[in-house]
Design a protein around this ligand. Sequence first.
Ligand code: CIR
Length: 256
Amino acid sequence: MFENVIVRRPARSMVEGITSAPELGRPDYTLALKQHEAYCEALRRCGVAVTVLEPLEAYPDSCFVEDTAVITRKGAIITNPGAPSRRGEAAEMLPVIRGFFPEERIFSIGAPGTLEGGDVMMVGDHFYVGRSARTNREGIAQFLAILEGMGLSGSEVPLEHVLHLKTGINYIERETMLVSGEFVDRADFASFRRIVVPEEEAYAANCIWVNDRVIVPEGYPRLEAKVRQAGYSVLTVDTSEYRKLDGGLSCLSLRF
Ligand code: CIR
């Protein structure tokens, strides 16, 4: 069960955030703020305490806090984001993490290693790490060594077509994964119950499990129906403005 969630309100500068899909248009900041509030409200309904951090104008992508740290039940790992414009975001997260963990349980990824939290999928005490354009071999090696020191384990998953591992696959507990695109037939995940995300709803692979509820992005009815059929209680939140920046539900929070 999760007790805490950390989020950061989007900055006005979010309209300059990194995107692979400029054809979707720039985010509407007012709507993005409204969606962020609804997101926090949905999380509160799942029974977690939500820490809301102030916007950071210097970092257009800073609302995507998931990329700045990985939090395990044994400690926290501050990342070194692979996107140069995002590097400073991890240092901004450190003092916040210090409010939750003692110094000896806080670790960090250092250059030349890079790693973004969107590439890390927690399955109990095992952590799958995507090797992506943002997370490199050295970053993964450091991460696996830190996990080992904590008595946890991890394994690398190469990816080709999506930004982060969790853009395409997400664990929703109960031995169940939401899988899309390149992850549908991956041997690494063959032993799990797999819910295949319809191709035209691929964005919705990025759902989050929070205390036995699953938050699904609004507007993806086929996947939502599949998640309900699998026995989950579902909440939906509209993330249209974050989608324009390749971001989704998991990217917007750290859950622990
Ligand atoms: C970026 O490209 O870094 C942001 N525009 C989106 C980050 C999404 N984060 C995530 O999937 N964890």
